[in-house]
Design a binder for this molecule. Structure first.
Ligand SMILES: Cc1cc2nc3c(=O)[nH]c(=O)nc-3n(C[C@H](O)[C@H](O)[C@H](O)COP(=O)(O)OP(=O)(O)OC[C@H]3O[C@@H](n4cnc5c(N)ncnc54)[C@H](O)[C@@H]3O)c2cc1C
Length: 575
């Protein structure tokens, strides 16, 4: 079909579906949508309709709608990076940018990673459910599917090399009645079709070993054993420490605000801290990857944020060992979401979530009572039904509720490719769920692109291993005594819920990838992650940060930027 005809067809399909006229043009198989729509949902639906055409490679959706948020670039704050020169600059310190940084550090390349936040992994990665998904529910034939099944299989080695907690707890799909038992072979077939390893078919005895306390009516199930859970914050630091140890330079609090292209090739990145020269630019900017592509003159996709909210229960309430699923839950998937579920964390909490809702603002991390109730009302009855011998789920045991946006393209697939327009630019974009599960494979694919095009020599000093120090709470009595003897700060427990010592907090403040805020300490040590959510330890952590960083308490932030906790003295104390 010629491009005018294709544009007319798409325009007609959109008008029919949403009842609104938008302007559609097609160039180089990219559909561009413009005009005005009465709602966000209509604009998003229009994007998906355009993407539905097989002849459309990507969609740029410029449709205006009430509440649309423009992307505003931050102002320049210094020139300290001007004059620096690298072979590769990676924009984005989420799991993808960091995994790529580590992968590229196998080569003799000067690499820099720039991250706009004061800490790493704070966007999608921090708000994910830390589940290493099987490829069971990704659409076969997509790049997302390929990266998912390949990435999943890589985690045992990656987690062991980086010394990160990772457990293959499995997804257990149970049949609640004889009719549902008939569907279980279908789960096994699906896993085969999806290139997942063969799941295990379990009878009641097998089920009791894996997931004790199931309701008596549950006689059969299928264990998709390759589902894993991982310590995602530990992983971020591990990737960063290993990349750093192998020579990668990390620049935090640094936003990319421009891309310099000359003669069709990447020359430099403009940042809030000055101009950095580079010949290769990796766009791993997550929710802003379309903006980076636009800054480089290669705008061919649009990210539309899809928010997910999750609730987490106290460790005292943890009735499941696996990602437990019933057929009724599987039935509640939507077109662009796996539908959430009952997901244990590697630390022993239970999560209900996430939700999936298109939103206007990429920065929307707000939590709502509507989502909390939706999640509770959806998953609590199923849990009560399949695990009747456990205490009933209770809203009082919810310790926190968080939200973050997924970086979805309208094709709903990953983009991992060299730019077709700008030499030296590599896009690693649209990495929404299951991007964490896929991360090692995505990084490997990005590496292959760079190796094929630039043939770098090996880094003969590359060290693939990283070792972490055990948390105080993981030590036995003898190890604790020894540690406290060597440094009495380990004998002072600051976070009582998670048993985090002052020694660990001080270490996190002076580590290679040093924490600079209360939440950064939480991500590294778990201080504030327990039942009281920092109610007890936050003032103490604040004091320690102030003392160790030699800054006034008023300058200590909850999570970077201007998230100050104290704004002045209530009364003057006479010394
Ligand atoms: C609610 C939710 C639940 C999820 N659950 C799972 C799950 O259980 N399992 C799974 O496999 N996947 C899950 N995902 C998906 C997974 O989190 C993402 O696919 C993955 O984290 C993507 O990583 P990333 O590095 O591409 O993006 P991000 O983590 O968003 O990182 C991109 C980084 O780029 C930085 N950046 C952006 N613009 C600039 C700029 N101009 N200059 C400098 N830096 C910039 C950002 O600050 C950010 O840190 C979930 C996602 C969400 C939102």
């Amino acid at each position: 079909m010629d491009k005018e005809k294709l544009a007319r067809t798409i325009k007609g399909e959109i008008a029919q579906a949403i009842g609104e006229e938008v302007i559609v043009s097609v160039r180089d198989s990219i559909a561009e949508l413009r005009g005005r729509s009465s709602s966000l949902q209509n604009a998003v639906d229009a994007g998906h309709i355009a993407a539905g055409s097989e002849q459309v490679r990507q969609v740029v959706n410029e449709i205006d709608y009430p509440g649309k948020m423009p992307v505003v670039l931050p102002p320049k704050i210094s020139d300290e990076l001007t004059g620096k020169e690298f072979d590769v600059v990676i924009i984005g310190g989420g799991v993808i940018g960091l995994a790529i940084a580590r992968e590229l550090s196998r080569f003799d390349l000067k690499i820099a990673l720039i991250e706009r936040h004061h800490d790493l992994g704070m966007d999608q990665t921090a708000h994910c459910n830390a589940m290493i998904h099987p490829a069971l529910l990704t659409e076969r034939g997509t790049l997302k599917w390929e990266m998912n099944y390949k990435g999943n299989a890589m985690w045992d080695e990656v987690a062991s090399r980086l010394d990160v907690d990772f457990k293959r707890i499995g997804t257990l799909v149970v049949a609640e009645n004889p009719d549902e038992e008939l569907f279980l072979p279908g789960v096994v077939d699906l896993a085969r079709i999806q290139n997942d390893p063969e799941p295990k078919v379990l009878d009641r005895e097998g089920l009791d070993r894996i997931e004790p306390g199931l309701a008596p009516n549950i006689k059969k199930g299928v264990l998709v054993w390759n589902t894993g859970v991982i310590g995602v914050f530990e992983l971020i630091i591990a990737y960063a420490e290993n990349a750093w140890a192998n020579g990668v330079k990390l620049f935090l609090d640094t936003s990319a605000t421009g891309v310099h292209v000359e003669g069709g090739s990447i020359k430099a990145v403009e940042t809030t801290r000055g101009r950095v020269k580079t010949r290769i630019l990796v766009n791993a900017a997550g929710l802003y990857s379309d903006k980076i592509a636009e800054l480089a003159g290669d705008r061919f996709f649009t990210i539309h944020p899809r928010k997910g909210e999750t609730i987490i229960f106290d460790k005292s309430y943890q009735p499941v060992q696996t990602v437990l699923a019933t057929f009724s839950m599987v039935g509640e998937r939507s077109a662009y979401s796996k539908g959430g579920g009952l997901i244990p964390t590697v630390d022993g909490n239970l999560q209900f979530g996430p939700t999936a809702e298109d939103v206007c603002d990429r920065e929307d991390v707000s939590t709502t009572s509507v989502a909390r109730e939706t999640l509770f009302n959806r998953f609590a009855p199923a849990l009560e039904r399949v695990k009747p011998h456990y205490t009933r789920p209770d809203r009082g045991t919810i310790i926190t509720h968080f939200a973050g946006c997924r970086a979805a393209t309208y094709k709903e697939d990953f983009i991992i490719e060299p730019s077709k327009k700008v030499k030296g630019l590599v896009h690693v974009a649209g990495i929404q769920s299951p991007g964490l599960a896929a991360a090692p494979a995505v990084a490997e694919r990005a590496k292959e692109i760079i190796v094929e095009n630039w043939h770098p020599a090996d880094n003969v000093k590359f060290e693939p291993r990283r070792r972490r120090s055990k948390h105080y709470s993981e030590l036995d009595q003898r190890e604790r005594i020894e540690l406290i003897r060597s440094n009495p700060l380990y004998g002072h427990i600051v976070c009582r819920c998670e048993h985090v010592s002052e020694g660990e907090i001080v270490k996190a403040l002076h580590g290679d990838i040093a924490a600079q805020s209360i939440d950064a300490i939480k991500r590294r040590t778990r201080s504030g992650s327990g039942r009281c959510q920092g109610g007890f330890c936050m003032p103490r952590v604040l004091e320690i940060i102030s003392r160790e960083s030699n800054i006034s308490k008023q300058l200590v932030t909850k999570n970077g930027g201007k998230s100050f906790i104290l704004n002045g003295k209530v009364k003057q104390v006479r010394e």
